[in-house]
Write a protein that binds this ligand. Sequence first.
Ligand SMILES: [Zn+2]
Length: 275
Amino acid sequence: MLIPTLFQPSSPRNEINFRAPTVDDALQFSGVSTEQEEQTTTKYLDAMQVGDVQSSAKWTAQDRRTALWWIYTHSQSEGAYQTLSYQCAHCNELHHYDFDMADLADQVELLTVPPYVEVEIPVRGVPYLWNLKPLDGVGMEHLEMMYSNLPAEDDPDYKKELANLKVVEITLQAHLADQPDDFQKAAEMRYELIRSMDVNSEFVALAANVKKMNKTLHHGLPIKIHKGQCQLYVKPHECPTLAKEDKTVSTRLFFQFRGVDYLPGNVAQLLGDPD
Ligand SMILES: [Zn+2]
C-alpha cells in the first residue's frame, strides 16, 4: 500500500514520507502499554519513514498524532471505521455515531505562520523574551513519564504533584534564546526561573500566553491536550431524533486519541482469532 506524502502540519514545507506497516512492524509494536505511548510513537514514526529519517521526537504533539492517523487511515483497505456512543443532550437518547477516521482529512490544518510566538514577560521585574512553542515529542515523553509517576488521587501529595505538573507543562512550552542545547538542562533552568516568578502577575501572564499561543498555532487534526493526553474532536454529529422533526441540532464529540490504538499491533485481531 502506498502512503501519500504528509506535509508536516506545523511546518508544511517539510515533506514526510512513510511506508505501510509490515507484519514485522505489527509483531514489534504489539502489546505496547498505554503508559509508554509517547515513547513508542517516537520509535514507530521513526521506523516507518522512508528516505531521510527525521526525528519525530522534534515534531509537535499534533504533528505526531496527525502522522499516526495518516499512516493508519492510508493503510486500512476497508476504511477506518469507529463508533462513538453518547447520551444526546438535545433529546436525551443514546446515539451511536459511526464514522470513517479518513473523513477527518478536511479537518487537518496546516500552519501558515512560524510555529512559535514571542512574548516579553518579566521574571522578578527583569524583562525576558520568551519563545512559546507547542509541546513536542520530547516534551510529551517527559510529561508521560511524570504523569505515570503521579501518586494515587487519595494520596496527600497528589494535588501538590498535579499542580507541579501544570508548571512543568508551561515550562516545556516556554523557551528562551540563551538556554542550554540539552533538553533536560534547558528545562531545569527554565523551571527554576519560572518557579521564581511572581505568581499573580508574571506567572499568570506566562500561562495565559501559552494558552493563547496554542489557540493561535492550532494545527494538524483537531486535538486538545489535557493532562498530557490527546483528545481528538470529530465532526459534529446531527441528532437523528430531532432531524425527524426537521430540527437540526448537533453535538461535537471527542475521544481520547491513544497512540497505541493506531499502531499495527494486534495480529490476533487481524486474523479474527480470539486473543
Ligand atoms: Zn439526540
